[in-house]
Design a protein around this ligand. Sequence first.
Ligand code: URA
Length: 445
Amino acid sequence: MVVPRLIERKRSGQALRDDEWRELVAGYTAGTVPDYQMSALLMAVMFKGLTHQELAALTGAMLDSGARFTRTAGGAPRVDKHSTGGVGDKTSLILAPLLAACGVAVPMMSGRGLGHTGGTLDKLEAIPGFTTQLSLEAAARQLDDIGVVMLGQTEEIVPADRKLYALRDVTGTVESIPLITASIMSKKLAEALDGLVLDVKVGSGAFIPEPARARELARTMVAVGERAGCRTVALLTAMDRPLGRTAGNALEVREAVEALKGEGRADLLEVTLALGVAMLRLARPAVTAAEAMSTLRDTIASGAALERMAVLVERQGGDPRVLSRPELLPVAPVRRELTAAEQFTMPPLSPRAVGELIVELGGGRRIASDTVNPAVGIEFPVMAGAPVDGDAQWAVIHAQNEAAADHAGRVLRELLDEASRSGGDILPLVMETISAGDLEPPEGA
Ligand code: URA
């Protein structure tokens, strides 16, 4: 392999062969292909894209750079969900135990919050004692035993992505749809799934805000999943305002537990159940959407979903008493309610700005090594589009000290003014579903 020739071919829009992608990825992971050559190649991909065949080859080569979850024959159907990231998105905390209680095996491998978006691992670690650092072997054992495991990406999974993502981050090559697809799908395929549901966020707080590009990403990921033998469905969902009532790690655990008790707010439930229906139908293709919905609702109503959460928390070292006594979760010293003198309609507050405010409060990270304060965050008692009565609370700040609460109050009032002035429409929470039948046949078919 002569790397400069491969870069030149890609730069002029030609496709590289499967074996060339394999050698490139293996060489880069092993350190024989240097960063400067890989950077040039990534930039060529950014401008020229990849064919379906190349994308499958790149994803497969990345997948093969590391270990996978083991899979014994038979057993429960294995399904996971992945989100492109949002603010207030605690759907994973609800879906993992809920689907497990419906007989689906859920190996949920998640990330940490970075920038304005939150991360499932940080939320779980708000539960005293909960560990998300499990070996693949321990995770596979737990999955067999209780049908659910929630863990961080281990060192063994797709090491090529760890290196490539760090390089993309500093070479202006993150926003390439084929590169995002290979990065996400190689990690998800390492879970040896039967089915995968992708929650692709759309709107100002989304990784890719524009609906057309988000749709393209969704279609590309569905195509790669299906081609790799994993049934894949994508939902486009709204991230033009935070999802649900809370943003901030411990607050979101509380809200997720309420949802598992059947007390979830309508916006959170709508997105969670839409994703859950898609997951359940991938596990059991004969089930209709209406049947899947009633199974999910019954599993919450019976207490089985909450019970599975208790088993999960205990198994991963957490204190299961937080499920019945949420005051055992970290609580911020300062609680500040924001009210308005007159009635108004709650506008969609910028999730990006809310996420950045949570980082300022200490609840998120600017750089990967920052530590996170699990207790801080913001509650939004009223859904976007609903009226807020005069004197009623429209936000509640949970801060580490008075000065931080003062600052958050100022920022939130500005955000409210700005959002009220711009008076934009609110996106539908669940905008579109994309599955294999919605794709064009691949080239050469
Ligand atoms: N998340 C990932 O895991 N990879 C990307 O490239 C983008 C988002």
